[in-house]
Ligand binder design. Structure first.
Ligand code: F0G
Length: 467
């Protein structure tokens, strides 16, 4: 049976440079090992990973940048990972023998010409984490955390999930030869995410509760059974997710954008990106911090309310409801980490409506680079931040697209066929979605009928403008 704590740094690594520690985000206590629930044994708060080497001036920024760049030309399997390429700023660098990788990371940074025109923001980009091996940003964290799980000798890994974590965990567990257990809310995650977990061989439990209920149960389970939890409470996950920011800055020639906008659910990803930005500043890789802003769905707006109603001092949890099921979370575990990085970078927090999310998703899709609904909150949120004057049109903005369009085909089909918002509740607001819909047309297999419909479309819909 595996031990009840995570391996001590350096215990099973080939690296002699494993100098990281766990630090409590509440009391600041440092420890060499973490309990199964990744909470501080003194005050119960969450742990993060720190390494004095990252900010001590021991790492030369120019050397780091050129090493990372050189690795892009390498065919070594570790360098081919867009996560392990940045291993100097990850815990336990250089453990070539045991990294569990699916060549994650290396995701594209796209410009968004049509959304630029619509919003007025000339320098508008999308960092598409949906282009990862299992279709979401989770892979960048999972490669690191699954590696530590395997090093720790765990036979079982487990997570609670709104779908993407479970798909990713199941894939990495399969690669690592570990068994995986998935806890998902019954009927509340998309079929395509569920089907990924099944195909990768996870023991998949659909619990009659919501995501928050699944996570509560998992927290108890890890204390009773020898399973290693791979939720974003696991700080190794967040270390891997930091690489989004390293890679983004490299793609921008190390010129920080003014704003990075990210969706917020359990708030692990925003915390990870913020941590990376601060570490990059402290180690001299960048001289200026982008503002990191978090956008939530109106129906799952715990962070928005926490900041507005409790000044970020205590969590205001909510009963979450949104069609952006990936972020249907009312009791975000990493809320304190997120509040810290929002404050440290000067970012904002906003909420957007269901109709705004649907429209933004269609607008991103019209760029030819679709995403899932939870990712589209970033564009919808940008519009709000522009209205508020928090973002100015002459500033540069990066939207983090967290999941692939194919993750939630039901949403897309219902949107285009006009069934996404049934009933009177959204009738008025959803009227504006009509121009964005492209429902399929059913025809006899008759050439004239097809030519006729082509003719009609030519007359009634304007040709898309060139990028
Ligand atoms: N976008 C997508 C596509 C997600 O799957 C998630 C979270 C988020 C955004 C929010 O990120 O939780 O770090 O704030 N999905 C988790 C899951 C909860 O189980 O797949 P977060």
């Amino acid at each position: 049976m595996p031990s009840s704590t995570t391996p001590e740094p350096g215990s099973q690594l080939s690296s002699s440079r494993a100098t990281y520690r766990f630090r409590c985000i509440g009391c600041g206590g440092l420890s060499e090992a973490a309990a199964q629930d990744f909470r501080c044994t003194q005050c119960g708060n969450l742990l993060e990973i720190v390494d004095p080497a990252w900010a001590s001036g021991r790492l030369n920024p120019a050397t780091l940048k050129s090493t990372w760049w050189q690795r892009r030309l390498s065919n070594s399997w570790l360098d081919l990972s867009g996560v392990w390429r940045f291993r100097e700023l990850l815990p336990a660098p250089q453990f070539e023998q045991c990294a569990v990788t699916l060549r994650e990371g290396n995701t594209p940074l796209y410009d968004l010409p049509r959304c630029s025109r619509a919003t007025g923001v000339a320098q508008l980009y999308a960092k598409h984490q949906g282009m990862n091996p299992t279709g979401s940003f989770k892979d960048t964290g999972m490669t690191v955390a699954a590696t530590f799980a395997r090093q720790g000798g765990y036979g079982w890994v487990a997570c609670a999930s709104t779908g993407n974590t479970s798909a990713s965990m199941a894939a990495y567990a399969a690669r690592a030869g570990m068994r995986s257990m998935v806890l998902v809310p019954e009927g509340k995650i998309s079929w395509s995410k569920l089907s990924q977990a099944l195909d990768y061989g996870a023991l998949t439990c659909q619990l009659r509760t919501d995501f928050d209920g699944c996570l509560r149960l998992l927290q108890e389970l890890v204390k009773r059974a020898p399973v290693y939890q791979l939720n974003s409470i696991n700080p190794f996950r967040l270390e891997g997710q930091k690489t989004l920011a390293f890679e983004l800055l490299e793609q921008l020639e190390w010129q920080p954008p003014d704003h990075i906008i990210v969706p917020g659910g359990n708030l692990g990803n925003s915390s990870a990106i913020g941590k990376a930005l601060l570490e990059m500043r402290d180690s001299g890789l960048i001289s200026r911090l982008p503002k990191l802003s978090v956008i939530q769905a109106e129906g799952a707006n715990a962070l928005v309310r926490t900041l507005r109603e409790a000044e970020g001092k205590r969590l205001v949890s909510v009963r979450a409801e949104t069609r952006a099921t990936a972020i249907r979370i009312g009791n975000p575990a990493s809320w304190e980490k997120a509040v810290k990085v929002l404050r440290a970078t000067g970012g904002a927090c906003e909420q957007v409506s269901e109709v705004e999310i649907a429209q933004a998703k269609a607008e991103i899709g019209a760029e030819g680079i679709g995403c899932e609904p939870a990712s589209a909150v970033t564009l919808a949120g940008l519009k709000k931040l522009l209205q508020r004057g928090f973002v100015k049109i002459q500033e540069s903005v990066v939207l983090v697209l967290t999941g692939n369009l194919l993750k939630d085909p039901d949403f897309t089909m219902e949107f285009h066929s006009g069934d996404l918002f049934p009933g009177p509740r959204y009738e008025q607001e959803s009227g504006k979605l009509k121009p964005f819909r492209h429902p399929p047309v059913v025809l006899d297999a008759d050439l004239n009928a097809v030519i006729k419909i082509l003719d009609q479309a030519e007359k009634s819909t304007p040709a898309p403008s060139h990028a």
